[in-house]
Design a protein around this ligand. Structure first.
Ligand SMILES: [Zn+2]
Length: 266
């Protein structure tokens, strides 16, 4: 499931299109459009110049100058690809932007969860969607993070995954961050003392930055994951990469979280 580090890689794909003009936009699946019809979106994208890409949490924005920003969400297994001239259309292409120069920017989404919309800007989208600060926003500092933990009545994993409090982290990276910080996922957020909050904040920043640096979301997926990451063992029957204990699971709604019962004691 694409989380902040994965979407950061999609942002780089979008940035490679900077300066290109959208010669034609083709909506492959109107069911993913939010607040705009296929014909209207195709018309509004046509002829626009791509001026760059931005990210907020798990959302990506393709900047289109005065036409605003094309907002993309990747749901559970969406992605963004630059397709070479002459290359066949990748399966599950839900939106294709045919660019000047011959390449196409393809938004793929096999499971059709996620969304495509047009917004005035990233800031306008973030405000309307009521998203919390991006987890890597330099302005979101330790005091702000600690305050957020103190205010919550929930467990720390739920707080990390709540996009209205903090944008970008889902099931996989909340597990990783808690593992790196050695904190049990079911710990009440407000019970964490200053030292634990600081350790968790550091682990959040470091884990996300490492994932981006290693390009974990790319196709090399497992070879790119650092050996001390829970991700390399995060499955049924997996073992802690630090101490070798069998990993345990914890249910969060429909999701299964993984942790090491020895390194992250209750
Ligand atoms: Zn362990």
């Amino acid at each position: 499931m694409p989380e902040l580090p994965d979407v950061e890689l999609f942002k780089r794909v979008g940035e490679r299109c900077r300066g290109r003009t959208i010669e034609r936009a083709v909506v492959g699946d109107p069911g993913l459009l939010n607040g705009i019809a296929a014909a209207a979106l195709e018309r509004r994208l046509r002829g626009r110049r791509i001026e760059g890409a931005q990210r907020h949490g798990k959302h990506l924005f393709i900047l289109l100058g005065e036409a605003g920003a094309l907002a993309l969400h990747f749901g559970t297994n969406g992605s963004l690809r630059l397709v070479a001239e002459g290359e066949a259309e990748p399966p599950y292409t839900r939106l294709e932007l045919r660019l000047s120069g011959g390449e196409r920017l393809a938004y793929l989404n096999p499971r059709r969860i996620g969304g495509i919309s047009l917004s005035a800007s990233r800031a306008a989208f973030v405000a309307a969607a009521k998203l919390g600060p991006d987890a890597l926003d330099p302005a979101f500092d330790l005091p702000a993070f600690a305050a957020l933990l103190r205010r919550s009545k929930r467990d720390v994993k739920s707080v990390l995954m709540d996009q209205a409090l903090l944008a970008g982290i889902g099931n996989i990276y909340s597990d990783e961050i808690l593992f790196q910080a050695r904190i049990f996922p079911g710990t009440a957020a407000k019970s964490l003392d200053d030292r634990a909050a600081s350790r968790l904040f550091g682990a959040m920043r470091e884990t996300l930055a490492t994932a981006i640096r290693c390009e974990i979301g790319s196709e090399q997926f497992l070879t790119a994951v650092p050996k001390d990451f829970l991700l390399s063992e995060r499955r049924q029957g997996g073992h802690c990469p630090r101490c070798g204990a069998a990993l345990a699971t914890v249910k969060h709604g429909a999701r299964t979280g993984y942790y090491c019962p020895r390194c992250q004691p209750h």
